[in-house]
Design a protein around this ligand. Structure first.
Ligand SMILES: [Zn+2]
Length: 452
């Protein structure tokens, strides 16, 4: 069968099927009896399973955490884990985010790229394989999760109630694929003795703190010296106000994802740097600058490590003051060859200090498949065979995908390294050419995995 031609013939049908899923506002809601993520995710899962059933696939709903559509027989399972939940639509759309809108050969709507389009592309890959009539010696299962954007408890549930997959991929990142995902370590740093009256900033732990307001006694630092020190920083804006014997510093930096902290400007870190430079003598200012600082590499905690696949990144996300104690959340992305045990060993001597303290609050293991492992090679080859592209290389990333929750798989597509589809933003889109190419690549990828 000419797969390209067949996908072309199916493309109008694929678009209308995608429209059926885009209609649902499937962001996570409050848990209801039997609906762990609320109404929206349960409703879109029911629709997706209905659609898969109409296509002639076997389906199963796993307690509204996730569900799957399946073809084939055999002991092994090729798993394709995509997700039906979305991040909130947000403001600024030029079309209705919950109506699939086509302008020329571009499709708009929340989830068209992340990740409802991938669900449809995967289901149509199964359809083409079935039409080709090739013998399926393994089960091919499209797993549709309902809470990827909020920590993937859907896949934890899958692991508890279902058979594990043997090999596979998650179409929720970029082509040609992600063979490594850094580990994670979360820290909570707390002040001991500090003269800082109040310090609050940041909005989430996994982004650079982009706005921070700090109040210090005016007797501890001179306003003019502080302004001069702040001017030397890369902060976007700042003000220093003196009132009632207090200085209030309002600092604006630049937000960025925690896995790429050097793309941002940390408002808290540069405030601390400026306070020290302006001459403020304070235990926590010292502690912050020596342990957290502005380098974003963990050197202050003895963990500035790297391997052949990347370096450690270190980000202060949220700063807050409660009952006179300042706390800072730290999000660390750990190089793939460093284990959680090794990281604990490295950081241990730095956790207690007379000027501040630090605790490890969470650790997540890294994910790594060698580039020459059979599954990685099978997927990469499918990409090359369909696109002819040997320039783009598989990557190691600091972010996390379903691959961390579903043992045996890696992220493979469905976006492109140099294409910004506005995911998590207004006017999220998917080009029709990309949509069709996804199906073609996934057909070939599954054939290669069947042959393993
Ligand atoms: Zn996604």
């Amino acid at each position: 069968m000419d797969v390209k031609k067949r996908v072309e013939e199916l493309s109008e049908e694929m678009i209308s099927q995608l429209g059926r899923l885009v209609k649902y506002d499937s962001k996570r809601g409050e848990a209801l009896p039997g609906k762990p993520f609320g109404e929206g995710p349960a409703a879109v899962l029911a629709e997706a399973l209905q659609l898969a059933e109409e296509m002639g696939f076997e389906t199963k709903n796993l307690d509204n955490y996730c569900g799957y559509a399946q073809i084939g027989e055999g002991k092994d399972i090729i798993g394709i884990a995509a997700h039906l939940d979305i991040v909130p639509a947000g403001e600024g759309w030029s079309t209705d985010p919950f109506t699939l809108t086509r302008k020329g050969d571009v499709l708009y709507g929340r989830g068209v790229s992340d990740d409802k389009g991938a669900v449809i592309a995967s289901l149509y890959a199964l359809k083409v394989l079935q039409e080709e009539g090739i013998a399926l010696n393994k089960r091919i299962r499209v797993i549709m999760g309902c809470a990827e954007e909020t920590g993937s408890p859907c896949m934890v549930h899958y692991g508890q109630v279902e058979e594990p997959v043997t090999v596979g991929f998650t179409p929720d990142a970029e082509f040609p694929g992600i063979y490594g995902e850094k580990g994670m370590m979360a820290l909570l740093v707390k002040s001991k003795n500090t003269k800082i009256i109040d310090m609050n900033g940041g909005f989430v732990t996994n982004a650079v703190c982009n706005h921070c307001i700090t109040v210090v006694p005016a007797a501890e630092v001179e306003a003019e010296a502080l302004r001069k020190a702040l001017e030397k920083t890369p902060l976007k804006e700042f003000t220093v106000k003196e009132e009632d014997g207090k200085l209030t510093i309002d600092a604006v930096g630049v937000a960025a994802h925690a896995s790429t902290p050097l793309l941002g400007v940390n408002a808290a870190s540069y405030t601390m740097k400026a306070l020290a430079e302006a001459g403020m003598q304070d235990d926590f200012v010292d502690y912050y600058n020596s342990h957290i600082g502005t380098a974003c590499n963990g050197e202050g905690f003895g963990i500035n490590v790297e391997d052949d696949y990347g370096n450690l990144t270190f980000n202060n996300g949220i700063v807050k003051t409660e009952d006179g104690v300042i706390s800072c959340t730290i999000d660390i992305r750990v190089p793939v060859t460093y284990t959680p045990e090794k990281m604990r060993e490295l950081i241990a001597p730095y956790l207690e200090d007379e000027k501040g303290s630090c605790t490890i609050v969470n650790q997540v293991e890294s994910l790594f498949f060698p580039l020459d492992s059979p599954m990685v090679k099978a997927l990469h080859q499918a990409y090359i065979d369909v696109t002819g592209d040997t320039e783009r290389q598989m990557q190691v990333i600091g972010g996390g995908t379903y691959a961390k929750e579903v043992p045996g798989i890696i992220a493979f597509g469905c976006g492109w390294q140099d294409e910004d589809n506005h995911i998590h933003n207004a006017d999220e889109f998917l080009k029709l050419d990309q949509f069709k190419l996804q199906v073609e690549i996934y057909v070939q990828a599954i054939k290669n995995l069947l042959a393993l």
